[in-house]
Design a binder for this molecule. Structure first.
Ligand code: CTP
Length: 130
């Protein structure tokens, strides 16, 4: 089974590790789309703290991850699923239901988020300490 998931994975934290490890438990090969800096700027109005090259390198260094690619457009998820021959799409349950449209291409699974942490929260905590 080939598993695919997507995310920004900025300021890498335990919630990211947990979802990637859980995704890998579903199959033998885990593919991760890391969203580009440009995509984040257009989505959130600011660049990520870590560059796309660094975010990709961090995700690629995990032993549960087999392949990393740059997600350049949110509209291309279906194309990426086909290109990488994915059997299962995994997303955190903050996206519950939003990717059901891909269930004709592959299974779609939502995992519960790790509670009490997010990139935004870490950035805000560090800001308060500064
Ligand atoms: N994720 C998770 N648990 C968390 C945070 C993230 O399971 N506590 C999952 C998300 O559901 C997503 C993946 O990790 O499937 C990548 O999430 P990302 O948006 O990069 O991280 P966040 O911490 O949610 O970032 P932000 O605060 O900028 O939204």
């Amino acid at each position: 089974m080939r598993i695919i998931t997507f995310g920004t994975f900025d300021v890498f934290h335990i919630g990211h590790v947990n979802i990637l490890e859980r995704a890998k438990e579903l199959g033998a090969y885990l593919i991760v789309g890391v969203s580009s800096d440009a995509l984040n700027i257009s989505k959130k109005g600011r660049p990520p703290i870590y560059s796309q090259a660094d975010r990709m390198k961090i995700v690629d260094s995990l032993h549960c991850v087999d392949k990393v690619f740059l997600e350049e457009s949110l509209e291309l998820k279906g194309e990426y699923i086909k290109k990488f021959n994915a059997d299962v799409l995994v997303m955190g349950n903050d996206w519950e239901g939003k990717f059901d449209c891909f269930s004709s291409l592959c299974r779609v699974k939502y995992f519960p988020r790790t509670e009490g942490i997010s990139t935004t929260q870490v950035i805000n905590m560090v800001r308060e300490l500064a």
